[in-house]
Structures are given as structure tokens and as C-alpha cells.
Design a protein around this ligand. Structure first.
Ligand SMILES: [Zn+2]
Length: 253
């Protein structure tokens, strides 16, 4: 019987067939692995059961949007865009790890049109976000924002807030604070280490009934932070480290 995998100098055809078979096998294996990770086939979806965030529902809230740009810098940088860019990257990371992700927004839109529970546009926007969280009852929510300190351009780094009476939120906030600082450090940035911050006034924290945090990713008013926060590479890194924090949180629950 002819062995296709032994090159015969007199038979270039067999050698080409052998090479193609190897390439096809590698491609087939890649397609199978890819399908298992993100495919929609119900049989293959069962594989997701084994992923670290399988069975977890997570709401990602990209703060602000549409008419509400959030904080800003005179060079045209708007908080709302950074929040959404990081949120979309985080969604992708989390889904690959098996999570069911619910986004409060996927585009540059405000959410005030979703209810008429207040005469104030900004309040309606916040109520809509809290409604999405309370209706979907996720395991956790993460609300992404960017900070500003107009009086001091030196202030920089991440700050994570949690509702002071929720112990699980504190635990999640601690992991995210620590991992966000690691994201900065692993990019060669020296930043002051902080503890996560208890809060009892921020609307989203006070009006939701599942563990969650507001993560301020850095300061738009600090030139180094601003440069990092608008860079695709660093946004990717922040998302990766938030994912690590979420996995830390569930591993230890
Ligand atoms: Zn904000």
C-alpha cells in the first residue's frame, strides 16, 4: 500500500497530496476548536459548561452615551467613547470564557428614552440602567466610567466603588481594584495603590439589588492616563484584567 507521507522524488503528486492533507487537517482542527468556543451549535454549546464563567450572567454597563458624553478633555476625548470601547472588549473576553453577557448599551446612545419615571433626562438614563440590572438579575454588574480631577492633573489611576452595605460588592470591588492597578503596572506605569471605596450615594449602587461596582478606569484629566485610556492596546489590557478579577471573584465565592 502506498504511503502518502513518505516523499518519493519521482512522485511529486503524492508529496503534494500529503502536504495538503496536513494543511486540511490543521484547518479542520482549528475550525472545530473555534466552533466549540464561540459556535452556536446547541450540541457544541454544551462545551461551554466547562468554561470558567459558564452559567454566570454579567451585566456590563458602559456609562453615559448619546447626548451625555460624561467627562471630557479639550482635545475632544469623551468619557462615553472610552467606556463603550472597553465594555465591548470586555464583553468579548467574557463570552469566550462562557459568560452570558447583557449590555446596557452597544452603541453611542443615551438610555433616557426607555422610561418616563422622572422629568430629568439624566435621572431617566440612570433609572433605565438600574432597571436592566434588576430585571435581568445577573450574578454581578460592572459599570464602566472614567474619572476627572479638574484641580489636579497629577491624580491618576483606577478607583472602584461599591455599595457600602453589600459585602459581595466589596469583595468584587477589591478584586477589580487590584487587577486594574496590575494592568497599569504591567504597562510600566507607576500608580498609587488604593483600596476600593464604599459608597452610599451613587444612584446605580443604591438602586440595584445584586452585587456590582462602578469602576472608574482612570483620570481623563491626567495626560498619561488619558493617553492610555484612548489606546486600543491598553483598553484591551484593562478588559483582560477585569476578566481576571471577575474570575478571581467567582473562584473564591
Ligand atoms: Zn462617568
Amino acid at each position: 500500500m502506498k504511503n502518502f507521507c513518505v516523499q518519493n522524488k519521482n512522485d511529486i503528486f503524492d508529496y503534494n497530496v500529503c502536504g495538503r492533507m496536513i494543511v486540511l487537517s490543521v484547518l479542520l482542527a482549528a475550525v472545530i476548536v473555534y466552533s466549540m468556543l464561540i459556535g452556536k451549535n446547541p450540541a457544541i454549546q454544551a462545551f461551554r459548561y466547562w468554561l470558567p464563567l459558564s452559567g454566570r450572567t454579567i451585566v456590563i454597563d458602559a456609562g453615559h452615551g448619546g447626548i451625555d458624553g460624561g467627562t471630557y478633555h479639550r482635545d475632544g476625548t469623551l468619557e462615553k467613547n472610552i467606556n463603550l470601547q472597553v465594555a465591548l472588549k470586555l464583553k468579548s473576553f467574557m463570552e469566550k470564557r462562557g459568560a452570558n453577557v447583557i449590555m446596557t448599551r452597544m452603541q453611542d446612545v443615551a438610555l433616557d428614552r426607555l422610561n418616563n419615571k422622572s422629568e430629568y433626562r439624566h435621572k431617566r438614563d440612570l433609572i433605565a440602567r438600574a432597571d436592566i440590572i434588576n430585571r435581568s438579575q445577573p450574578d454581578i454588574f460592572i459599570s464602566l466610567h472614567v474619572n476627572a480631577e479638574k484641580s489636579s492633573a497629577n491624580t491618576r489611576g483606577p478607583m472602584v466603588f461599591y455599595y457600602r452595605r453589600n459585602e459581595e460588592s466589596r469583595r468584587l470591588a477589591d478584586f477589580i481594584q487590584k487587577r486594574l492597578e496590575e494592568a497599569y503596572e504591567s504597562s510600566g506605569q507607576e500608580i498609587r495603590q488604593r483600596k476600593s471605596l464604599p459608597n452610599s450615594t451613587l444612584f446605580l449602587l443604591c438602586n440595584t439589588d445584586v452585587p456590582g461596582v462602578i469602576a472608574e478606569l482612570g483620570f481623563i484629566t491626567n495626560p498619561s492616563d488619558r493617553q492610555l485610556l484612548t489606546s486600543e492596546v491598553f483598553q484591551q489590557k484593562l478588559s483582560q484584567y477585569i476578566l481576571y478579577a471577575v474570575e478571581d471573584y467567582f473562584k473564591n465565592s
